[in-house]
Design a binder for this molecule. Sequence first.
Ligand code: 13P
Ligand code: MG
Ligand code: MG
Length: 381
Amino acid sequence: MKLTVSIIKADVGSVGGHTKPSARMLDTVRGEVTKAIDNGLLIDSFVCHTGDDIAILMTHTNGEGSREVHQFAWQTFLAATSVAKTSGLYGAGQDLLVDAPSGNLRGAGPAVAELAFEHSLSGARPAESFMMFAADKCGPGAYNLPLYLAFADPMYCAGLMLPQMIKGFRFYIIDMDNTVGDSIIELDAPEDAYHIAALLRDNERFGIDRIVSRTYGEPGAAVSAQRLHSIAGKYTGKDDPVAILRNQGIFPAPEEIISPFAKAHFVGGDARGSHVMPLMPVPLNTPVTGIYCLPIVSCVGFSIDREGRFSESHTDFFDNPAWDEVRRRAQRKAIEMRSQGWSGAAMLPYSELEYGGFRDTVGTLLKRFRLRDERRPAVAD
Ligand code: 13P
Ligand code: MG
Ligand code: MG
């Protein structure tokens, strides 16, 4: 069967500030998901949260960008929004940016990542396993470095030296500044590795949209690489990206995919979406209660059976004592960065400040600048 794995995620309200959704909101989402499985729209689903974002992970046979699946997610987030409103929660409906999207939710607010593939548990994929990443308080470029290292650098993924991966992967990179449509360049690792790095170094403008196996033509990764402030013009949250990565066999193994996250690399986001702070790997369903927010990322793994159903158990990759060490280092890096407050590299550049109010403040001041008399250019008569 042609199976699609979809993640649709949104922040539609949170408890005590932008920390986490309420239990009632999550119950509401799970209730809607159960109905969608019962009525045959979805094969299976898993609901969790990372910080204040609810992720709905789904399998179905409707393909990528399915109107029915996207509308189901939208209606479900609307139902959770009304629970959030009733309870007076913060940011109720925050990510539902348009009134009524006609179909596909890409660009309407929620983050979307989808992979469709032939699912027969045979040939190159005798078993199907994958991981979902969900990050809060950061932009889509947060995945640029770890995914590059996992799919293009044998220092992190020794599997790249094996026959089934040695031809490398094709990176589909999106220019997130281009709001007319999805503007994509295709570059092949390893030949184009330096070109890929030249783009991916700019986390705010370029993001990985998709990664495909060059040997098998099988899609390996999809990321919700969209900048809502570019699309909506104004947005007071961060994009908080999700990603799906198939693993094992013709793709990197889980450890090859997660080990780059041990860097706790600095990303744009954090408080008011306007700072630069390290990305801390956390267990599923972690609220954002760090000293100054802190961008966080969770990772859950599933296998998929012949009918497209998730395994009855999941693996919570960052819920392991090995990651405590990384979390401590991330926190130390965060404290160091915070010690310089608003200065220089601690905050994002002017154009990336997610709270437009910062720009309004500077804009007002810019109008008050005057050229000094002694160096004022002579005005031509
Ligand atoms: P969210 O996008 O997670 O709502 O975060 C917004 C923010 O401004 C954090 O300070
Ligand atoms: Mg929020
Ligand atoms: Mg969020």
